[in-house]
Design a protein around this ligand. Sequence first.
Ligand code: XMP
Length: 527
Amino acid sequence: MTVAVENASATQARTTSERILVLDFGSQYAQLIARRVREQNVYCEIVRHDITPAQIANHNPSGIILSGGPASVYEDGAPKCDPGLFEIDIPILGICYGMQLVCDSLGGKVDSTRTREYGRAFCEVSTPDPLFNDFPGNAQVWMSHGDQVQQVSDDFVGIARTDTCPVAAIKHKHRPVYGLQFHPEVTHTTHGAILLKNFLYEVCGCEGTWKLSDFADEAIDRIRKQVGDNRVICGLSGGVDSSVVAALLFKAIGPQLSCILVDNGLLRKGETQIVVDQFANHFKTDLHVVKATDQFLSVLAGVTDPQEKRTKIGHTFIDCFKAEAEHIENAKFLAQGTLYPDVIESGAAPDGPAATIKLHHNVGGLPDQLGFELIEPLRDLFKDEVRRLGIELGLPEELVWRHPFPGPGLAVRCLGEITEEKLVVLREADAIVIDEINQAGLYRETSQLFAVLLPVQSVGVMGDARTYENALVIRCVNTDDFMTADWSRLPYEVLAKMSTRIINEVAGVNRVCYDISSKPPATIEWE
Ligand code: XMP
């Protein structure tokens, strides 16, 4: 209920600025389209494919993009848009499946052949059009389709072609309706950004007025209205999302904000201090650090099963957070760092199919249990936008660019039973790998880097003595979305320095390995 109200007011508050709607027909690229549009300084939102014309009018968009999708327009049950969409006078760009839908819906004659085409093609402009302004006569584009349009009706004209696709781009003769068979949003389409820019600026008449700083001002305004005189609690973890939420809230409501950091003893080296320095010392926020190491370690004593570790940590976190929150008077709201991809994936986008929000595992259940209303000021942003916002709000680069860290923390990197002694070893080794990657200037080029302590001893020789000590793994991956990942090809010299330093400086480790598994089949974390 709270979510629905927030959505409605948020949508209304933004109807004055330029915006584009992406109707999602199940494309793996729908989010990418939205990002590309925002990169052109035009606000963009993803909505359900069957959104009604009345709902569209409520958004007051400057243009509509119909995404691709895996279906064929001729299949039973293929997702269709409301036919009324084509009655409203708003520019439309159909991409791949979206283009076939445009043709199908506007009486265009579409001959579908199941000529599958995936990958690179070269697109030649056949009829000059504003959509292709500044597009080279012939440029690489990226195809990914089963069906393709072979012929168009008299209402349309083909404006570009490839060797295998005679109508790679179409335009309606009398209305601002376009279609592209290829994907302008992917980087393999070398001049795709120009096409999207032309659609936004030349066809839709946008001026590119959307800026993150405007977003921040609007968000601050909304937060103030929503919160009134009440108090907001924000859980801090040391990660970028919760830090940006807290910084934004601090700017909006300053003294009405209370932050809680549960120090579970499973954090990285120096993490608590970074949060304290930034939020208590610098912003002067009301920060409550709950020192709960003993509580967590006693709950985890003897536990080796990864799922059991996670569950126990989750419950203990809730207990600690709740106990602290109960001491904070007049708290009515709980802030969460939900991002736009979470909102879309959970189907809770405005006009989305369901209203179930994917709760951050750390605070799952808390709003209900404590009777809080949720406040999610980042729910319209992508991760890179959150980082940029963090910088605008004055957070240090070090915090804003931190690699992700799992809620259960070092517990899922300390395999087998967790003890204070093992955590000390792991924390020190982890600090060394991070230090070395920074020294090598490669931190930002990798997506996640950390150490994993194995419950395995092996034989070594140090000085003249035999040792029998722990084996430790360095894990470093590159990924765009953390759903798939590849191991990072770190230079040997960097790995060598990490290994030498760990074995020399961390007592209890005599062997260091590098994890060269990709995801899938491995996961990024070891547990
Ligand atoms: P996996 O190991 O599933 O991890 O490949 C993918 C990404 O998710 C992070 N991760 C978590 N983050 N709570 C979190 O907040 C968790 O329980 C959790 N488990 C994994 C992981 O660090 C990686 O970035």
